[in-house]
Design a protein around this ligand. Structure first.
Ligand SMILES: C[S@@+](CC[C@H](N)C(=O)[O-])C[C@H]1O[C@@H](n2cnc3c(N)ncnc32)[C@H](O)[C@@H]1O
Length: 226
């Protein structure tokens, strides 16, 4: 049965948004499973199908706020030893323009623009010479409503993720990068095809069917020389 916001007196668009949230099974599941938002299920589905995050991995989560992908990543990297979980294994680094509430086991860089050399230097300092196994990007610019303009803006974010990944990814590492599908999608795929053994376009069930959102998955980074 559809639930409707009975006492809401605001704009129709806000009413529609509330109604959609109230009837969204992923919003309900996120609450039940203590994830910060429904996006968690996009990553759990991608990881469930392609097994990209392993125990002990170093994961960089770009555009991490409010933090559900980092919550999923930290669950996956933790090793279960004889005495329970060993927190010294693996690492998740979360970056966002916005503030990020602390997440147990995650190194957070709030109020940080991933595309700047300042932020990327902070990440490199934390890595301290190690390579990352997985780079995730659910980064999205503020949507302007102009589809082409928004596509171009997210395309630039993807390029920045791929460029940084080429410096930090370990041989065999993976990238998951959100894109709003559009005229430059093939260009990004070409770049990824040069970097990875396998490149796939993924649309998880939790990604709304009326959204241009897709995820490009690059598996097995092949350009690491040392
Ligand atoms: C869809 S949300 C991410 C949700 C997150 N994956 C989760 O599961 O909680 C997109 C985020 O990208 C962030 N973002 C956009 N551009 C960014 C940039 N240049 N640097 C860092 N974060 C950015 C936004 O601030 C926003 O919080």
């Amino acid at each position: 049965m559809k639930i409707t916001p009975s006492n809401f007196k605001g704009k129709q668009s806000s009413r529609d948004w509330i109604e959609r949230q109230m009837n969204d099974p992923y919003v309900r599941r996120a609450k039940e499973e203590n994830y910060r938002c429904r996006s968690a299920f996009k990553l759990t589905e991608i990881d469930g199908n392609y097994k990209i995050i392993k125990p002990g991995d170093i994961v960089i989560d770009c555009g991490a706020c409010p933090g559900s992908w980092s919550q999923v990543a930290v669950e996956r990297i933790r090793q279960k030893g004889k005495h329970g979980y060993d927190d010294n294994q693996g690492m998740v680094i979360a970056i966002d323009l916005q503030d990020i509430e602390p997440i147990d086991g995650v190194t957070v860089f709030p109020k940080s623009d991933f595309t700047t050399s300042e932020t990327q230097s902070k990440i490199l300092r934390v890595l301290d010479g190690r390579h990352a196994n997985v780079v995730l990007s659910d980064m999205a610019p503020k949507a302007s409503g102009n589809r082409e303009h928004d596509h171009d803006a997210i395309f630039q974010l993807c390029l920045s993720v791929l460029k940084f990944s080429s410096h930090v990814l370990d041989s065999g590492g993976h990238v998951v990068c959100k894109l709003w599908d559009g005229r430059e999608t093939n260009k990004i795929k070409e770049v990824m095809n040069r970097m990875f053994t396998t490149v796939k376009t993924v649309k998880p069930d939790a990604s709304r069917s009326d959204s241009a959102e897709i995820f490009l998955l690059g598996q097995y980074y092949k350009l690491r020389k040392s």
